[in-house]
Ligand binder design. Structure first.
Ligand code: MG
Length: 221
């Protein structure tokens, strides 16, 4: 329980800030949109995970007993460092405190049922420990990208991409989110997954990397 209450972004320079609202972006890589049987949406698909869904690297994640099909979604995660009500696309990246790599863990069977009925994705996307994220690399170290991301299940590569393949860039996503929400220091954006999503099972060890800047390892039980 103690672990669950410790919800802070840990930066690689030793600093930390509390985890805020976690925004997720749907179908932001064309190949993943196709594998989901859809297309890249005209307007961004946005959903929210609660801060309590966050867990850090080296966590053991208990798979929910109400789903039989939890998928890994490898994603670049952008942590916001400044409160903002609106920002131009040109200035948007200045709001970023740092970046990490995370898993937007998704109960695909529950999400599919919700989609069919036009219901929200809160349970499919926001369950406890559904948002593991690596240590965060400050922008002074990571620059403005693009970056390579990759995911391995039990040392076998399953997903890889360069963030230049995103349909909407980090700056475009921040600009859009700010037009709807007030972004706050500690909020983050899961920027969408490339193709290759697949189920995880009890006993799997999943590792995700962001260039050689930072990485995430979690075990499922
Ligand atoms: Mg996702």
């Amino acid at each position: 329980m103690k672990e669950a209450l410790n919800r802070e972004w840990n930066f690689t320079d030793g600093s930390s800030i509390p985890v805020g609202t976690m925004y997720g972006v749907g179908r932001n890589y064309a190949a993943h949109a196709v594998e989901m049987g859809g297309t890249v949406p005209t307007d961004p698909i946005i959903f929210i995970k609660p801060p309590s869904a966050y867990c850090k690297s080296n966590s053991t994640i208990e798979l929910p007993n109400w789903s039989t099909d939890v998928h890994h979604e490898l994603e670049l995660v952008v942590v916001i460092g400044t409160d903002a009500e609106q920002v131009s696309e040109a200035d948007a990246f200045s709001l970023v405190a740092g970046i990490g790599v995370g898993l937007d863990l998704t109960a695909r069977d529950v999400q599919a049922r919700a989609k069919k009925k036009g219901e929200p994705w809160a349970i499919a996307k926001g369950w406890k420990s559904s948002a593991p994220v690596s240590a965060i690399v400050p922008t002074s170290v990571c620059g403005m990208g693009p970056w390579d991301i990759a995911l391995f299940t039990n040392n076998e590569i399953r997903q890889q991409a360069n963030t230049s393949q995103m349909e909407r860039s980090v700056s475009q996503l921040i600009h859009y989110l700010c037009s709807v929400f007030t972004l706050r220091k500690g909020d983050c954006i899961f920027t969408g997954t490339p193709s290759g999503v697949a189920a995880v099972h009890s006993g799997d060890v999943v590792t995700a990397t962001l260039d050689e800047l930072t990485s995430l390892t979690v075990r499922f039980t």
